[in-house]
Write a protein that binds this ligand. Sequence first.
Ligand SMILES: *Cc1c(COP(=O)(O)O)cnc(C)c1O
Length: 492
Amino acid sequence: MLYVSTRGSGPVTSAQAIVRGIAPDGGLYVPVNLPRVGEDFVRDLAEVSYPERAARVLKLLLEDFSSEELLSMAREAYARFEGGCPAPVTALKSGVRVLELFHGPTMAFKDMALQMLPRLMRAAALKTGEKREIAILTATSGDTGKAALEGFADAEGTSVTVFYPYGGVSRVQERQMVTSRGQNTHVIAVRGNFDDAQTGVKRLFGDADFIRQMDERGRVLSSANSINLGRLVPQVAYYFSAAADLMKQGLCGMDRPVDVCVPTGNFGNILACWYAKRMGAPIGRLICASNANDVLTDFLRTGVYDRRRTFHKTISPSMDILISSNLERLLWEIGGEEKVRAWMKDLSEKGVFALTEAEKGLLDQEFLCGKADDAQTRAEMAAVWQAEGYVMDPHTAVASRVLRDLKAEAKVCASPLLVSTASPFKFAPDVCAALGLCGDTLDAFEAAAVLSRECALALPAPMAELKSLPVRHRRVCEKEGMGEAVLEELGS
Ligand SMILES: *Cc1c(COP(=O)(O)O)cnc(C)c1O
């Protein structure tokens, strides 16, 4: 199966799409024809381990990789997840089923993809004849950087350099990054804000002199951001996995699809759900949940995408996004490449674009949406804890609240799937305060200890070890000196 760019170029193989990340015309790679499986495929998944499930689903999308290759990658990638299964489904008394995607090394769902990506990238590079080391450069506002560092640490044929704004991330996030293990990991603080770091990285990707110097050292630049096909496909796997588990319990089937609610930011996670559905997973409505940054819910409600609005900082920061880059893949399915080019032009020139009634109708058949502000999110964490004895992180609670509202309107099935994207320990101060376990003065480590004690939850290993890990990365650079800093870090 081949991939084309949402803006028209291609086709390319999946290995080429993964190595390139973004298409040369600025578009995202999308499958030309999604493969389709039957009920047996899903039912059989329930009988095998998670790595095997992932390998089977990935094989459908990455035809130029062998099954053995994918299985060995998935085994390695998911070996470091706590608790045996990387994507368990937990039952709540309300009927809701929670797909927990936060048992990986950085306690958030990005590990599900970023543990696979380096392996996919390395194999894809070999397939396309790329012999240089793949040097990942990325700027982070906190979470993605750490997940990339964990994923690429000691991955053969790669290195990863993460820039973060000096003094601009939380204490826990900074500690997570500067203690990163791995001989090929590099962490550099930039004197500036996140935009400076992001702009600096973009500049390096377009800097011919820097690219030449890297090439002379046997290195080629690449990116680990969420538009890379190699991040999208591992996410399709967990939707099949959850559907298989639910089907085995008699909670869904081809005639009784399950509705799925996803806390959404860049639209990557929910898009993977949509692919899973199109490929034959028994999934019904896709519910897009937003926090106060509700550009996506407004778009699904009205057919107008309008980013000309205030940016809100919320307690679910990974959903604080005004431009959801992966939406372009869905838009391509609705309108094709010419429409996508026009919509993206409108978005960059006017900050807004609009679907026709007919186009919006296509979305209405698939999607529901809703939003929750910080007060509703806090109330939801407390309500679920009281009713269920279950602790949610703020991102998951946004989706839980949206699901509650839709259930009250009888718009969803009896046992919908709620996608949980982060461990409550990752956001312990806000969670603790919402549950009424402490005021809002505790630091992240203190709050995590309270949460563990009061809710009788084991402290996740990545949190437990964080305080005692040695600091390994201390480099700080000016925003004008990022290229030089990379060359110094990587050495010759
Ligand atoms: C990244 C992230 C999201 C948003 O996922 P998208 O794929 O960008 O929509 C939600 N919750 C958490 C905890 C995240 O880290």
